[in-house]
Write a protein that binds this ligand. Structure first.
Ligand SMILES: NC(=O)c1ccc[n+]([C@@H]2O[C@H](COP(=O)([O-])OP(=O)(O)OC[C@H]3O[C@@H](n4cnc5c(N)ncnc54)[C@H](OP(=O)(O)O)[C@@H]3O)[C@@H](O)[C@H]2O)c1
Length: 265
């Protein structure tokens, strides 16, 4: 039985493997990484097969998931391409900003490519993964890729041209960043740290969760929570005047720019 193989045993591999095991995925999972300690931890905690040899890991693969940082992708794929005994398999790159033509250039047929952008919330089965497929990837292979990621959360398919903007928009870092900022702002005004955390988490998480579970338009909920002339409206207006939207657009633009730098590697 061919395995699901992860090349790179870092943060996102740990999240995905953990989510797959939570979903009772019982198929063989092989992880290759250059740090034996990372392999030992993944083996102990998630019952993966640790494979320190790159070519043996690739040999074992049906799905080959490339989970190294973008600046490591080229050397890794070139190293794989030097190996003689290659057979058809499905390559799935998680590398932010790394386009399909690059992947095909460094490691072409019989490897056929998909890109996936998963969330670390896959660890708890609450992920969201964007997928995009190379034109030469057959429909059966696409189904296999969708099926794997749907075990750890929702899956959507995007045109590759939207991938970078999706990547910088869906990151859970937005929520954590906003939470940390709101807590710090409340503490600076003298609110007890525990109360500030409770209040900020309610503000950011509870309303949005309730909105997702219902069908009220977002605008209506904003109106409901912010009485005209009241405190919440004063806060929102002051934040908008200080450039709230502008800051978000600048943040996303910087992220997209960073992702596009990976295209040039
Ligand atoms: N973290 C996320 O939430 C997330 C979400 C979606 C997509 N991604 C993408 O997933 C990829 C991995 O991200 P990550 O956060 O998991 O990175 P990470 O924690 O740094 O893990 C990557 C691992 O791969 C190892 N590695 C790199 N090149 C290797 C090689 N040639 N042979 C063997 N091992 C090698 C790294 O070792 P060294 O540290 O020595 O290089 C490291 O242990 C990135 O391309 C990122 O864009 C990440």
């Amino acid at each position: 039985m061919k395995s699901t193989v992860f090349l790179g045993g870092g943060r996102i591999t740990s999240a995905l493997v953990s989510g797959l095991r939570l979903a009772k995925f019982s198929g063989p999972i092989v992880v290759h990484d250059r740090h034996p300690e990372k392999l030992r931890i993944l083996k102990r905690e998630h019952n993966v097969i640790a494979e320190p040899d790159l070519h043996r890991a690739v040999e074992a693969a049906r799905l080959l998931i490339v989970a190294v940082r973008p600046d490591s992708v080229r050397d890794l794929l070139r190293e794989i391409s030097t190996h003689k005994r290659r057979r058809p398999l499905i390559g799935i790159s998680l590398a932010a900003g790394m386009p399909l033509p690059r992947l095909r250039h460094w490691l072409g047929p019989p490897v056929r490519w998909a890109r996936a952008m998963p969330s670390p919330l896959a660890r708890r089965g609450r992920g969201l993964t964007a997928l995009t497929f190379s034109r030469d990837l057959p429909s059966g292979a696409r189904r296999e890729v969708r099926k794997l990621f749907s075990l750890v959360g929702s899956v959507i398919e995007l045109n590759e041209s939207q991938f970078d903007t999706f990547t910088v928009t869906f990151s859970t870092s937005h929520g954590y960043h906003a939470l940390a900022g709101l807590i710090a702002a409340a503490e600076a005004l003298g609110l007890d740290s525990g109360i500030a955390t409770l209040a900020a988490a309610h503000a950011l998480a509870d309303g949005i969760l309730a909105w997702r579970g219902g069908d009220d338009p977002l605008d209506d909920l904003i109106q409901e929570a912010a009485t005209p002339g009241g405190t919440a409206a004063a806060v929102m207006n002051a934040m908008n005047r200080a450039g709230y939207q502008k800051i978000m657009r600048a943040g996303l633009r910087a992220g997209v720019k960073r992702a596009r730098k990976n295209t040039k590697r």
